[in-house]
Design a protein around this ligand. Structure first.
Ligand code: NAD
Ligand code: ZN
Length: 478
């Protein structure tokens, strides 16, 4: 069976000349923190000559030999890298076989006319005549089809594909195909969500057996009793899996059930909230709560697929949408792009791609993934002091204000004010301060913060003088 995501593999980018592999690959490597290898440049530096020289000296056959040997060396490396393959590299059976075992290969699609415009007039040996160029494109298409695990049109598309994330209206229509394989599907949803999305009517349709398991709506789903009930009702054999349809609460508990049932079965997240589509459904973190600690018990279990259908958000209440918008603003600040100005489907696509990239680069939360906590240290402290009556989005909006003030970024502070309109909350400041010192990320009672050197340039693990942190907290409290 083909892999559905690249976790633990090299990410290879295939495509015709002029598809933009180098540019997209550079962006993808930066986002995932992976090494970038441009196969053509690697060949040139090993052979100490340009590709045009190599063609002139040894002909195409000589070049292909070098290319195959270099690809084999690069793909043998253990540390997952982002590898842009030359347009013809996949002609080699040996390279294709290695890609199948060691890499997740994304085909960067391009219209041949666009590609020709980009390469015409260059010294690329195989781009000297337009007619030959088009003929070569037609000839190679079947080979690209054979080698591609997924297709994409740009860097975000590659990041999504690499994470197994699909962002598309109408994507859930084929419920039975959401989990790889053809065994039975355990569908987990709350009664409200399964009702509004007509899931009940779909259950049992299609070639696969689908059993629906209802869980409580929202946070009450994230308890041991619900997890235990899922374990005891699941009947997943080989080739079966779990589909979690709902907000972050549903995907968290169902994902943890999938992570633990029979020591781990495949699962697909179908987030139906904005929070879920831009954040909770992506990255493989799953958890339930303990009585006095949120997300205290969990596991890393990357979903086989994440299917984000922005059209499912039409029924979302305004308050839930605002929770999601706070995460969109957070992501935009981390990415250094005003993502909050885009349409909602575009917000989903860009934020999902961003989170997918960061999490692929740090699946077990040992470093860069920390950046996703921007604003959250303060947010969690306010939530704890408010007894969790405070909406997460309101807490994050305030938390962002504090983090950005401590970063000295007044423009970003103004953006958060305009877009999220945070209002100070009336909570016990001593309780909030105590919670801040207890934060998971705190060391020796000093919280470790995520700050921004500038939008797009996060820094994590920052320890500031306690009085500065306390002053920033005080400003959030009415
Ligand atoms: N695993 C992660 O990486 C991660 C990241 C962020 C948040 N989370 C978790 O996610 C949870 C919050 O998730 P959430 O904000 O998605 O809310 P939620 O899952 O708690 O759901 C909120 C409500 O929205 C309703 N709902 C869901 N989809 C709807 C739709 N399309 N139309 C109308 N109503 C709909 C649900 O029935 C529920 O009542 C928290 O428990 C948080 O810890 C996890
Ligand atoms: Zn959050």
């Amino acid at each position: 069976m083909r892999p559905t995501h690249e976790l633990g593999r090299h990410l290879a980018i295939a495509g015709f000349m002029g598809s933009g592999k180098t540019r997209a690959g550079t962006a993808v490597a930066a986002r995932t923190g992976r090494r970038f290898v441009d196969l053509d440049r690697e060949i040139e530096s090993r052979a100490r000559g340009t590709i045009a020289d190599l063609f002139a000296e040894g002909g195409e056959a000589g070049f292909r030999e070098l290319e195959e040997a270099t690809a084999a060396d690069v793909l043998a490396g253990g540390e997952p890298a982002v590898v842009a393959l030359g347009g013809g590299a996949v002609l080699s059976r040996r390279t294709r076989e290695l890609l199948g075992r060691r890499a997740f290969t994304v085909l960067l699609d391009v219209e041949p006319d666009v590609a020709w415009e980009r390469v015409a007039g260059s010294d690329r040996p195989l781009a000297q005549s337009e007619a030959d160029f088009h003929a070569l494109h037609r000839e190679r298409l079947p080979v690209y089809d054979e080698v591609a695990d997924a297709r994409a049109g740009d860097a975000d598309g590659i990041l999504l594909a690499a994470g197994g994330v699909v962002v598309e209206a109408g994507a859930i229509d084929e419920l039975g195909d959401l989990v790889p394989g053809d065994g039975s599907v355990e569908l987990v949803a709350d009664a409200h969500v399964s009702g509004i999305h007509g899931i009940r009517a779909q259950v049992g349709l299609g070639a696969r057996d689908v059993a629906l398991h209802e869980v409580p709506a929202g946070e009450p789903a994230k308890v041991a009793a619900v997890l235990e009930r899922l374990w005891s009702r699941f009947a997943i054999g080989r080739d079966g899996g779990v589909v979690a349809l709902g907000g972050g609460s549903t995907t968290d508990v169902a994902g943890l059930a999938a992570a633990t049932y029979m020591r781990g079965v495949a699962w697909t997240a179908v987030p139906t909230t904005l929070v879920g589509q831009v954040d909770a459904g992506i990255g493989g973190k799953t958890a339930i709560d303990l009585a006095d600690a949120k997300n205290a018990v969990g596991a890393f279990h990357w979903p086989a697929r994440v299917v984000c259908d922005p059209s499912l958000l039409t029924t979302l209440p305004e308050a839930e949408r605002r929770n999601g918008l706070a995460e969109v603003v957070k992501t935009g600040l981390l990415a250094g792009e005003p993502l909050w100005e885009r349409s909602e489907p575009e917000q989903v696509r860009a934020c999902a791609a961003f989170k997918s990239g960061v999490c692929l680069g740090d699946p077990h939360d040992r470093g860069p993934r920390n950046q996703l906590n921007l604003g959250h240290t303060f947010a969690h402290a306010l939530e704890a002091a408010a007894g969790y009556g405070l909406p997460h989005g309101s807490a994050v909006a305030l938390g962002l204000l504090a983090a950005l003030r401590l970063s000295g970024l007044e423009d970003a502070v103004a953006t958060v004010r305009t877009v999220l309109d945070p209002r100070p909350v009336a909570v016990d400041v001593e309780k909030a301060w105590a919670a801040l010192a207890r934060d998971k990320k705190a060391e020796r009672g000093t919280p470790r913060l995520v700050l921004l050197d500038a939008p797009g340039r996060p820094r994590w693990g920052v320890e500031l003088p306690a009085e500065d942190v306390r002053a920033a907290l005080d400003e959030l409290i009415a």
